[in-house]
Design a protein around this ligand. Structure first.
Ligand SMILES: [Zn+2]
Length: 218
């Protein structure tokens, strides 16, 4: 076990893990969530498909080429492939591993914040934004943008689908670029005092969607 920084522990036997680079990626998630001291988080990296399958409670044949890890936010744990594991078992290249770990760490931060609801569009959106925009510097040109006036694109209570990640990245980018991320966290904090989904939906409309109408991604 190596302590990457205070309270973040990693166990791996990879030759490709550069802790300094990894730490700099984690900083981006910490800064985004404005989290300074968080509870002990443990990261396990494995090289073999059956080991990740075991930790994810899946049989080897159930492991798809796009599966790279998961987090268990209730116990602050991340399990994922090492860079070697990614090259060996997935259709991605090994350098993506630091973005994936940061993505999962961001999910843990969402959980740490103890928002009343897990609003998947925002939770997945923030993690994907940090991974793809802040770390991998993904270029969104040519990709299908969301339509702020289309309730399907901006429904914060939508369930998981292939679309949720694309929608989430565009939505978070638009909020960050046009309103600033503090408005996003102000909204999330305020949901703690609301009881019903309808109230949360209304608040999102009021402080986020209304202010984004007419704006386009830059
Ligand atoms: Zn996710």
């Amino acid at each position: 076990m190596i302590e990457i920084e205070k309270n973040i522990w990693i166990k791996h036997n990879s030759k490709e893990v550069d802790l300094k680079v990894l730490f700099n990626c984690f900083k981006k998630a910490e800064e985004f969530y404005d989290i300074k001291d968080y509870s002990e988080t443990r990261i396990f990296l494995v090289n073999k498909k059956e080991d990740l399958g075991f930790l994810m409670n899946k049989k080897k044949e159930e492991m798809s080429v796009w599966m790279m890890g998961r987090c268990l936010p209730e116990i602050n744990m991340i399990v994922a492939y090492s860079p070697e594991g990614i090259e060996e078992n997935t259709n991605r290249q090994k350098f993506v591993f630091r973005g994936i770990l940061t993505y999962e760490l961001a999910h843990i931060f969402y959980h740490t914040r103890k928002y009343k609801k897990n609003l998947h569009l925002l939770n997945e959106g923030i993690s994907s934004y940090i991974q793809n925009i802040l770390i991998n510097k993904m270029d969104l040109t040519g990709k299908q943008d969301i339509d702020i006036d289309n309730p399907e694109d901006t429904d914060i209570f939508q369930s998981f689908s292939k679309e949720i990640y694309r929608r989430g990245i565009f939505l978070i980018k638009r909020i960050v670029d046009n309103l600033g991320k503090d408005v996003l966290f102000e909204f999330l904090e305020k949901t703690k005092n609301l009881e019903s989904d309808d109230e949360i939906r209304e608040l999102f409309k009021d402080i986020i969607l209304k202010n984004l109408q007419g704006d386009k991604i830059q």
